[in-house]
Ligand binder design. Structure first.
Ligand SMILES: C[S@@+](CC[C@H](N)C(=O)[O-])C[C@H]1O[C@@H](n2cnc3c(N)ncnc32)[C@H](O)[C@@H]1O
Length: 286
């Protein structure tokens, strides 16, 4: 394939470099991220004994790192439950149990989808979308090849992949966690406008991303791409713009959390700008 014929993906170039030593966000020992909820999931859902879990997740993290060098892969952030900590999680679970569809955009190994399945959601109502497949790594992580029936779509969310087209206007709950922050304001608007094409009145868009109480664009040395950091005020303005430009209306709830409140390590953000935190959100189409 010539360089010209190569598909153009929307992910930043730094993510394809896998040289651990060059990145401040490859933390060799991520055992602290094996929090009690994750230990329980691995023990009761995946049947991995407690004493084997540390070795298991380190092996899985390195398989994932060989695919993409994401900061959350390196620090093991995906080991700490996020979706199920949202105050709206009981409603999400109830709605998926009642037959509604749930899509995880940027699903990585499918850890949030496994949490839903463990909590009783029928896995055939679940979809995972990712620009690059970590799906087999997910089966290896959770040892559920024989029973996990979620659909995986390997596609850039900005593309017109046929499997994505089938979901347009049909999704009840869409999760986008630790994804939008990789882009600047305009690119985030572009992606959010695409997200709205999957939803309908009553749909939820939930998740979190890196934010900062001081909303700003940052370009960090180790990733060299401009990224917009939201605070709650800028996030509300952002969704007002997305709504205006798509003719849709959104009710926004969002709030900041520290790394410690997410049960991450404050050191996990040390390679980023001062004041960095997490913005969590629940956005509802009205
Ligand atoms: C930082 S990881 C977050 C994974 C997971 N959502 C979590 O919170 O732990 C970002 C994920 O988004 C995926 N991703 C990035 N750009 C994407 C795009 N344009 N379309 C679909 N997935 C994308 C990446 O491959 C990766 O799995």
């Amino acid at each position: 394939m010539s360089a010209q014929d190569k598909p153009q993906y929307s992910e930043p170039v730094y993510t394809t470099a896998v040289d651990r030593a060059r990145y401040p966000f490859y933390i060799p020992n991520i055992e602290k991220k094996l929090v009690p909820e994750t230990r329980e999931l691995l023990e009761k859902y995946s049947h991995i004994p407690l004493e084997q879990q540390s070795e298991h997740v380190h092996k899985i993290r390195d398989q994932a790192w060989q695919i993409r060098a994401y900061p959350c892969t390196g620090v093991g952030a995906w080991l700490v439950p996020q979706l199920c900590k949202l105050p709206i999680y009981p409603e999400i679970l109830r709605r998926v149990n009642a037959g509604e569809t749930f899509v995880d955009i940027g699903c990585f190994v499918g850890h949030d989808l496994r949490r839903l399945a463990y909590d009783g959601a029928p896995s055939n109502n679940l979809y995972g979308v990712d620009i690059v497949s970590h799906w087999d790594v997910g089966y290896e992580m959770f040892r559920d090849h024989d029973r996990f029936r979620a659909t995986f779509i390997e596609a850039d969310i900005l593309s017109d992949a046929p499997a994505l087209m089938l979901l347009k206007g049909k999704i009840d709950i869409l999760s986008v966690t630790q994804v939008l922050h990789q882009w600047d304001w305009d690119a985030q608007v572009k992606v959010a406008k695409v997200l709205t094409t999957f939803t309908k009145p009553g749909s939820l868009i939930v998740g979190n991303q890196i934010g900062n109480p001081n909303a700003q664009e940052v370009t960090l040395k180790s990733v060299s791409v401009p990224m917009w950091r939201h605070n709650p005020a800028s996030f509300e303005k952002f969704w007002a713009q997305v709504g205006n430009e798509t003719g849709t209306k959104w009710e926004v709830q969002c709030w900041m959390r520290s790394f410690q409140e997410m049960s991450w390590d404050s050191k996990d953000g040390a390679w980023m700008e001062e004041g960095v935190g997490i913005i969590e959100f629940v956005v509802k189409q009205v």
